[in-house]
Design a protein around this ligand. Structure first.
Ligand code: PLP
Length: 391
């Protein structure tokens, strides 16, 4: 065998997938595992969106599209951003992609060179550092703490900046912590990016999942001054329960989008034409399903977090957004006879038949991620099992 490309040497396979595989193996053996692992809505795709996909098949929307995507969809996305954030992006500044992941990957490939350093706050979404590495760049991790609500502060990033620093990747609401970066902090990050001549990639894939009356603070609010250095990335996966459809997008200055489109033109070409028609309906059709899903998640969040907090040895912040709880579990090490969160995740799968994702996957030890995108009864049973397993 001739061996693999060196660029893979430092790239880790997704640790969230490793846990899922073990949980799936147990499920195949007939074990009733309560799976708090998946990062996706448990709801079905709304009917009007499915119907739009069927109609696209029927009307033979089956030919190649422009790399950037279906014009009507890009117009709808640009209009949506104008309405929500007052931005002036044109449809030619929208790149429709195969999920938010591909948009973020195209950004990393287009913007980061060999040796470029990219600041990524931890806990981070698993793919951020690996995408930077695949592009040849170097992830530079900015640690955040539970005490500070896991909010990354621009002021703390200053000491990490070197002549090789080229960009910053921020995510709000955050996967895995659910932390929401307030607008004044986003403003400080924007100042820093301008002062130090850096790109800002802002992942807002969970923008619709906000609780307690919060509204979404987007870096788009600072788009006017960050015009030539901002990439906004989002997705239909979470908001419209369309994870398997693989559809997301990025918005950026024409020159940046064009560089990203060059990358996409040589890998995916474009997102599926059928799926783009479905995404157009998602944006333009009724939004009631979305509102219903978010209020259901709010209910589950309370059950999840209160349940976790009721267990001695566990601490848990109330997440402001997304659909994850990210409890501190270092207080369980002794009881479980383990020394890290990977050990906690393994022990919980063995002893309580519940699957969670260890913090190491997100660049932090001492925490695990519970998704509450599952039925209330399952959350309650999971908490009961946890309590029982911990004595
Ligand atoms: N960004 C974050 C923070 C995520 O959690 C995910 C999915 O889990 C994505 C991006 C990518 O989602 P998709 O590629 O399904 O749009």
């Amino acid at each position: 065998m001739p061996g693999f490309a060196r660029r893979l040497d430092n790239v880790l396979p997704s640790a969230t997938i490793a846990v899922k595989e073990e949980a799936d193996r147990l499920k195949r053996e007939g074990v009733d595992v309560i799976d708090f692992g998946p990062g996706e809505p448990d709801f079905n795709t709304p009917e009007n969106i499915k119907e739009a996909a069927r109609a696209a098949v029927a009307r033979n929307l089956s030919h190649y599209l422009p790399t950037l995507g279906l014009l009507e969809l890009r117009e709808a996305i640009a209009a949506d951003y104008r309405r929500k954030h007052g931005t002036d992006y044109a449809p030619s500044e929208v790149l429709v992609s195969c999920g938010g992941k591909n948009a973020l990957f195209a950004a990393a490939m287009a913007l980061f060179d060999h040796g470029d350093e990219v600041i990524i706050p931890a806990p981070f979404w698993v793919s951020f550092p690996e995408q930077v590495r695949l592009a040849g760049g170097v992830p530079v991790i900015l640690e955040t703490t539970e005490e500070a609500g896991f909010i990354p502060r621009a002021q703390d990033a200053e000491k990490l900046i070197t002549p090789a620093t080229r960009g910053i990747i921020l995510c709000s609401p955050s996967n895995p912590t659910g932390a929401v970066i307030p607008d004044d902090e986003l403003s400080r990050w924007a100042d820093l990016a301008l002062e130090r001549d850096l790109y800002v990639i802002f992942d807002e894939c969970y923008e619709r999942f906000l609780y307690d009356g919060r509204s979404h603070a987007s870096m788009a609010r600072h788009a006017a001054r960050l015009r030539d250095r901002l990439v906004l990335a989002s997705t239909f996966s979470k908001s419209y329960a369309m994870t398997g459809y693989r559809i997301g997008f990025a918005i950026a200055d024409r020159r940046v989008v064009s560089a990203m489109a060059t990358v996409q033109s040589h890998d995916a070409t474009h997102a599926s034409s059928i799926v783009q028609a479905a995404a157009l309906e998602a944006l333009k059709g009724p939004q009631d399903d979305l509102t219903g899903m978010v209020s259901e998640y709010a209910r589950r969040r309370a059950i999840m977090v209160n349940g976790l907090r009721s267990i001695p040895g566990i601490t848990c912040l109330m997440p402001g957004g997304a659909f994850y709880a990210f409890p501190g579990v270092a207080g369980l090490y002794e009881r479980l006879g383990v020394s890290d969160s990977f050990g906690v995740a393994k022990a919980l799968l063995e002893k309580a038949r519940i699957a969670v994702v260890p913090g190491e996957a997100f660049g932090i030890n001492g925490y695990v991620r519970f998704s509450y995108a599952l039925a209330t009864e399952r959350i309650e049973t999971g908490i009961a099992r946890l309590r029982e397993a911990l004595g």
